[in-house]
Design a protein around this ligand. Structure first.
Ligand code: G1P
Length: 298
């Protein structure tokens, strides 16, 4: 069967990272459970996957991450979803959990999804990143569409970042002209600014064919990459070296990535998304304006 003609129904959410940059808040709780407005970060990610039609969801957890599985249970007392939650059962959503026993990097985390994926193409959404967009999951839907239509082995979301930030991301080298979607010639994990092939960063959302698991095995046969970890970017590079087609889809002007991995970006995400709260957003906006104008606010 041609894998690229299959619809994608499976979503893998890596949530095993230790969150050391968010200590002490993450000393014993998952960073993915930190609230942004009313919901924990990972609930946004799950809702995005569901909005894109991905109803089999595997969350890769690890040490200190048990609260994540609890969160997607029904209410303990009523046995029903609570206000502010989707009715997962009614929507036909199924959750699966697997633990990464040791911190060995994103490629290793994703390798734990192999049995779940069962040879089908799948999506990866990093559990510590929210995509802000006017309509739910438009980015993810475009990503899946490009992946299937182009017959790609891997497709990533791409965002232009500041030159001083390229060393924080996987950076893309376009093969073709950079439009809304473009083909990749190469990619490199967290390059020094002088070695960055562009300012286009991998933006926390991926689509893969199951061939990524062989590529991860090949990467793990060698010493670890950047930061002493097995990098997903290196596994993608391995696919490229086999001559596979790889594509990127750019975030549109009205789409935004909120990464909660450090306090600066977490604070910004919280402030910005709480301004969208239907009940208190306006009041918080007035408060911030007053504070910034030098008044004490109330
Ligand atoms: C990971 C990936 C990197 C990507 C980033 C944001 O890095 O390794 O390629 O650009 O997520 O999606 P991390 O933020 O886990 O260090």
């Amino acid at each position: 069967m041609d894998v690229n003609k299959q619809t994608i129904t499976k979503c893998v959410i890596p949530a095993a990272g230790l969150g050391t940059r968010l200590r002490p808040a993450t000393k014993i709780q998952p960073k993915e459970m930190l609230p942004v407005g009313r919901k924990p970060t990972i609930q946004y990610v799950v809702e995005e996957a569901i909005a894109a039609g991905l109803k089999s969801i595997l969350i890769i957890t690890g040490r200190t991450k048990r609260a994540i599985a609890d969160h997607f249970d029904l209410d303990f007392v009523t046995g029903k979803p609570i206000e502010g939650e989707l009715d997962y059962e009614k929507l036909g959503v199924r959750f699966f959990f697997v633990r990464q026993a040791q911190q060995m990097g994103l490629a290793d985390a994703v390798s734990h999804a192999e049995a779940f994926v069962g040879g089908e193409p799948f999506v990866v959404c990093l559990g510590d990143t929210i995509i802000g967009e006017p309509e739910p999951a438009t980015l993810l839907k475009r990503l899946v569409d490009t992946h299937v239509r182009r017959g790609a082995s891997a497709t990533v979301a791409a965002e232009r970042v500041r030159p001083q930030d390229v060393s924080k991301y996987g950076i893309l080298k376009p093969l073709s002209r950079v439009g809304d979607e473009f083909q990749l010639a190469d990619l490199i994990e967290k390059p020094a600014p002088e070695h960055a092939p562009s300012r286009l960063a991998i933006a926390s959302r991926y689509a893969f064919n199951a061939t990524i698991f062989d590529a991860i095995r090949a990467v793990k046969a060698n010493p670890p990459g950047k930061g002493g970890e097995y990098q997903l970017t290196d596994a993608m590079r391995e696919l490229l070296s086999n001559g596979d087609g790889m594509w990127a889809v750019r975030l549109a002007a009205n789409e935004k990535r909120y990464d909660i991995g450090n306090y600066e970006s977490y604070y910004k995400a919280f402030v910005e998304l709480s301004l969208q709260d239907p009940e208190f957003g306006d009041s918080v906006r007035r408060h911030l304006k007053a504070l910034l104008a030098g008044n004490r606010g109330r």
